[in-house]
Structure formats: structure tokens, C-alpha cells
Design a protein around this ligand. Structure first.
Ligand code: ADP
Length: 592
């Protein structure tokens, strides 16, 4: 058995791996960037090594620094978590060359599944049908027109090396083909370092259902049930559950067997996930993730298995201790992702910052896998997943109600989170009835009533409706009973009756952190709502602009946000250029 494991990751997944190691009596080594010196995963580990840097490329993706920490610590294995190096075959090879165990599949299996085109070919060889589409890069817009005529419009152009919900573009008509192809290639090169794009039929109303598999070095491979991850925004998952509601047993078995076939065909070892799109009773291979998934806990709760423990056992050379017929899935598990994002109005804007208070929920059937605690800061440089709330209950509706109860108990202050969106999903009739699809959150769910973030507990502002109102939270006693009231007060009234409270209650213009991207102060000072980097400036001094016109693009937490003018006029000052780092409230341009 392995004796000491270095976790080449941060946040909740590093903490998650450390927890199982501790239960198994295995020593743990954390690595940390300059920003993570006091992070939860560092506090949780037995030892920790600085790898320097802030941005991922300088720190958690710095091969030399991680290898150096590995050598200094004397760890005999590396757990990559997800993201960062987890699907990087070169990194896995370097680990192997250093005589250290990589807790994951072989570099060759990673390479086969590493890009979407070769993964489609591998699935095809295993006899598993993919989403209708091509298995070679598209280079001629005429191919797109022909494909659309054959399979219907819109057509999906996907980056072969894409990931993280980015890299898919829809083409609605043949006329758009050339421009869309070029822009997809350009984006693929910019985001993933490779320009190859290919075509897939765009399924209109699919569910995202994926199969957990696990395989050992002795030729055993089993499937551990599915996860339904159809609640997504920007093609990124928000809520996952197991089992998938309404999935017929025969389809589940066929999907599980298909997943095992794909795994065996690429010589897969360790835990992996085969993703499918499911529509009208049919399922289609989407891609394989050759690592632990964010949403693995729902599988753990229904199977009773610790997937990290089995990853470690398999990497140590142990055979799987169970066969397919031994796998039992009981009850129902749901996971909600708690991201530092403001879901007001369905915009899901990044909301980095200091968590002034985090109160975890408790009680029966509740598990919180978090990467942060009260007082920790969510940096704009990394993924904004604060943690995952996971519940188990005997059936789906009991799990759903338990999750709502747990979300109600959970308190996160100082940053906005996806909790209000998670609640809205769980309470919606379409979700309850299992009528949702991967497009449902963005197309059907109405998040307009969700208020904006509350950077200060006693004060808030923009209700997310664009109206000039402030949210105030007050407590009141009525007949001896205490009530917590949330009041949306028109700003004029709020100012008129503000009195001495104005000293405690910053006015809207003093707190630009609440404004959403796409708006600026009506004074003509266009400000950015959050910390980030300017990637593009679209206007110059002297330009005439209209209200709503794009001024610049701000990248924060791996998301691009367009900052727009909210008044018309002439640009008299431009205060940023591409590459500049900005903070909340910084003025980027002045319009008169
Ligand atoms: P990534 O690697 O970026 O996660 P995926 O290929 O796994 O990308 O797809 C992510 C999500 O995008 C899917 O869960 C689904 O919602 C959507 N998607 C991808 N391909 C298609 C398609 N051909 N038709 C409809 N939706 C798709």
C-alpha cells in the first residue's frame, strides 16, 4: 500500500482526497500557490510545499515546481484530482519516470481519450455509438452546410481539445458556416492551444447521463451506476443526481455495459467516467473523463463505496474486491454545486472575494465537501467551486426535500453563490417531474426574482432587476415573535429616510461590486463589477457610443464578461488596455 501521497491540486478535491488518505493511514502532502498559503487544503494536509505563483500556469500547472515538491516530500504517489494535470499524459509520464505512482490511468489511455475526435473513434471501435457527427476535423464550410442539410440545423462545431463546458459553437444556417468555423478555430487555438474543430448533430432536448466505471490492473472492470447531470448553465453542471430519474432499467444496464466496453477497449485502469447524451430513449457517447469527476460523491452515497479509496487501492496493485453482480445502488443521492457566482437574472456572474461566514449544514444524510471555510478567500485565479453539498435519502423526492432543508441551513456570506439557483431548480415542477434537459436551466428556468449578492450582511443593493432599488434586511418583532424581513426599498425613499443609517449603509454608487457586468454608473463612468483581467477594449477616445454598446471584455474566473455603456455619448477617457488587471469599481472609460 502507498505510504505518502502528494495531491497535485487545491480546493475541495484536495481536501476530499486528504480525508480518505487520513482514514487509510496514508500521509498527505499539499502543494500551494502564493495565494493559497493558508488555504483549507494546506491546513488539512500533513505537510505542504510552496510552488509559488498565482495564476494556475505559474503554480498548479508548473510541472517543474510540482516535481520539485514531489522530490522534497519523498511521496510515493501523486493524486491529480480533477482539472489541472489530471488528464495530462505528459505529466503522468514524468511522474512515472520519477519512480512515483500516478493515481490514474496509463498515459496511453489518457491520450486516446484526451481529445474528442480520438475518443469518438475509440468508442466506435468498442461498438458504442457516439452523438451523430464526424470523426475528422472540419476545414471547409461546405462540409458544415452538407452536414446541416443531412442532420438538421443548428449544427454544433466543437473544439476537439475542448473542455470545461467551453469550445462548442452553434451554427444556425449555412450562411453562418464560414464565419462560425473560423471563429471556432480561433477560439479553440486561444483556449486549448489546438485549432482542430469537428461537427456534431446538436441534440435539441437531451439529458446528460454519465456512467461511473472502475477498472483494476488485473483486467476487472465494472460500472457503478449513472449520474444525471442535466442541470447546467454554460454547458457546466450545477446539480447532479443518481440514479437518473425515469431511466429504464434496461437502458441503464445497456449504458453500463457500453461504458465498460469503452474502458476495456482503451486499456483503462482506475476510476473513469463515460459521458452520454440521452434523448428519446437512445443514448450516445459524448466523451470519457479519465479522472475522478467533481460529482463522484453521488455515486459514493448510492453504492456505499469510497471511490478515492478504490483509486488508491488500484494504484497500489490491489484487485477490485467486488464483481459487477456485487454492486448495489440504494436510494437516491443529489449533489448541488456551490459556486462563487451570482445567479441573479440567470447571469451567473463570477463573485470572487472573502467568505466572511460559512455555516455548514448538518443532520441526517448530509455531506459537505468544501474547499473553503469562514474567513477564506475565493480568488479570481481559480475555479470558483466553493464546495459541494450532497445528500442521500431513500427515494428521489425525499432526497430533494432533504437537499432543500440542508441548503436552507447553509449560510455563506461575503460572496454570492449559486445556492438560490440550486433552490429554484429543486423547487421547480419540471425538475420534480424529470422533464428538464441540458438546456432547461438557461431556457426555461426563471431566475429573475433572485436578488443580487450581499457583500455586507446588513446591507444589499441591486435586486438584479435593473430597477433602482436597494435590498435591506431588518429584524422585527411582532407580538413578541421575531421576524427577519427583506425589504426592497426604492433608492429615493431609502435616501430620504436614511438618516444616521447612511454611515452603515453604503449607497449604490459607493459599492460598485454589486453591479452586473454590462452596466456602468449612470454618471458616465463605466466601471467593472469584479476583479479580473481586461482581454479586449472595443472603443477609443473620441468615439460616439450608444447605451448598451460593448466597451470592453473582462475575464474573471475563466469567464468572459462584456462591460457595456449604460449611457450614450462621447468617450472622453479610456483608462485600460488589454492585459490590465482591474478590481471591482475600477473605472474603465468615461462617457460624456
Ligand atoms: P466539455 O468537455 O466542455 O465538458 P462536452 O462535450 O462534455 O464538453 O459537453 C458538455 C455539455 O455540452 C453537455 O453536457 C451538453 O449539455 C452540451 N453538448 C455537448 N455536445 C452536444 C450536442 N452534440 N448536442 C447537444 N448538447 C451538447
Amino acid at each position: 500500500m502507498l505510504g505518502k501521497i502528494l495531491i497535485a491540486n487545491r480546493g475541495e478535491i484536495a481536501v476530499r482526497v486528504i480525508r480518505t488518505c487520513r482514514e487509510m493511514g496514508i500521509a498527505t502532502v499539499a502543494v500551494y500557490s502564493d495565494l493559497d498559503r493558508d488555504a483549507l487544503h494546506v491546513r488539512a494536509a500533513d505537510e505542504a510545499y510552496a510552488i509559488g505563483g498565482e495564476a494556475a500556469a505559474e503554480s498548479y500547472l508548473n510541472t517543474g515546481a510540482v516535481l520539485d515538491a514531489l522530490e522534497r516530500s519523498g511521496a510515493d504517489a501523486v493524486h491529480p484530482g480533477y482539472g489541472f494535470f489530471s488528464e495530462n499524459a505528459d505529466f503522468a509520464r514524468r511522474i512515472g519516470e520519477a519512480g512515483v505512482t500516478f493515481i490514474g490511468p496509463s498515459p496511453e489511455a489518457m491520450e486516446q481519450m484526451g481529445d474528442k475526435i480520438s475518443a469518438r473513434l475509440a468508442a466506435d471501435r468498442a461498438g458504442v455509438v457516439g452523438v451523430p457527427g464526424r470523426t475528422e476535423p472540419v476545414t471547409d464550410p461546405a462540409e458544415i452546410a452538407a452536414f446541416g442539410d443531412e442532420y438538421g440545423w443548428p449544427v454544433a462545431i466543437k473544439a476537439a481539445f475542448g473542455g470545461g463546458g467551453r469550445g462548442m459553437k452553434l451554427v444556425a444556417t449555412p450562411e453562418e458556416a464560414a464565419a462560425s468555423m473560423e471563429s471556432a478555430q480561433r477560439e479553440a487555438q486561444a483556449y486549448f492551444g489546438r485549432p482542430e474543430v469537428y461537427l456534431e448533430k446538436y441534440l435539441a432536448w437531451p439529458r446528460h447521463i454519465e456512467m461511473q466505471v472502475i477498472a483494476d490492473t488485473h483486467g476487472n472492470a465494472v460500472w457503478l451506476g449513472e449520474r444525471d447531470c442535466s442541470c447546467q448553465r454554460r454547458h457546466q453542471k450545477l446539480i447532479e443526481e443518481s440514479p437518473a430519474p425515469g431511466l429504464p432499467g434496461a437502458v441503464r444496464t445497456a449504458m453500463g455495459e457500453a461504458a465498460v466496453k469503452v474502458a476495456l477497449a482503451c486499456g483503462y485502469v482506475n476510476a473513469g467516467t463515460i459521458e452520454f447524451l440521452y434523448q428519446d430513449g437512445e443514448f450516445f457517447f459524448l466523451e470519457m473523463n479519465t479522472r475522478l469527476q467533481v460529482e463522484h460523491p453521488v455515486t459514493e452515497l448510492v453504492t456505499g463505496l469510497d471511490l478515492v479509496e478504490w483509486q488508491i487501492r488500484i494504484a497500489s496493485g490491489e484487485p477490485l474486491g467486488f464483481r459487477q453482480e456485487d454492486v448495489r445502488c440504494d436510494g437516491h443521492a443529489i449533489e448541488c454545486r456551490i459556486n462563487a457566482e451570482d445567479p441573479a437574472g440567470g447571469r451567473f456572474l463570477p463573485s470572487p472575494g472573502k467568505i466572511s461566514r460559512l455555516v455548514p449544514p448538518g443532520g441526517p444524510g448530509v455531506r459537505l465537501d468544501a474547499g473553503y471555510a469562514s474567513g477564506d478567500t475565493v480568488s479570481q485565479f481559480y475555479d470558483n467551486l466553493v464546495g459541494k453539498l450532497v445528500v442521500w435519502a431513500g427515494d428521489r423526492d425525499a432526497a430533494r426535500r432533504r437537499m432543500l432543508r440542508a441548503l436552507g441551513e447553509m449560510e455563506v456570506a461575503g460572496i454570492a453563490t449559486t445556492i438560490p439557483a440550486d433552490r429554484a431548480i429543486l423547487e421547480h415542477e419540471d425538475f420534480i417531474e424529470g422533464r428538464h434537459s441540458t438546456r432547461w436551466v438557461e431556457e426555461k428556468l426563471d431566475l429573475s426574482a433572485i436578488a443580487g449578492p450581499q457583500p455586507q450582511p446588513e446591507v444589499d443593493g441591486d435586486a438584479g432587476t435593473g430597477e433602482d432599488r436597494s435590498l435591506r434586511e431588518v429584524t422585527a418583532e411582532v407580538d413578541g415573535r421575531r421576524y427577519a424581513l427583506r425589504l426592497w426599498v426604492p433608492n429615493a425613499d431609502a435616501d430620504a429616510d436614511a438618516g444616521p443609517r447612511t454611515t452603515q449603509r453604503p449607497r449604490r454608487r459607493d459599492n460598485p461590486g454589486r453591479k452586473v457586468a454590462g452596466s456602468g454608473a449612470s454618471s458616465g463612468h463605466v466601471t467593472v463589477p469584479m476583479q479580473g483581467t481586461i482581454v479586449k477594449v472595443m472603443i477609443a477616445k473620441g468615439d460616439t457610443v450608444t447605451a448598451g454598446q460593448a466597451i470592453c471584455v473582462l475575464e474573471a474566473m475563466k469567464m468572459e464578461n462584456t462591460i457595456a455603456a449604460d449611457v450614450a455619448g462621447t468617450v472622453t477617457d479610456v483608462r485600460v488596455t488589454a492585459g490590465d488587471a482591474v478590481g471591482p469599481g475600477d473605472v474603465v472609460a468615461v462617457i460624456e
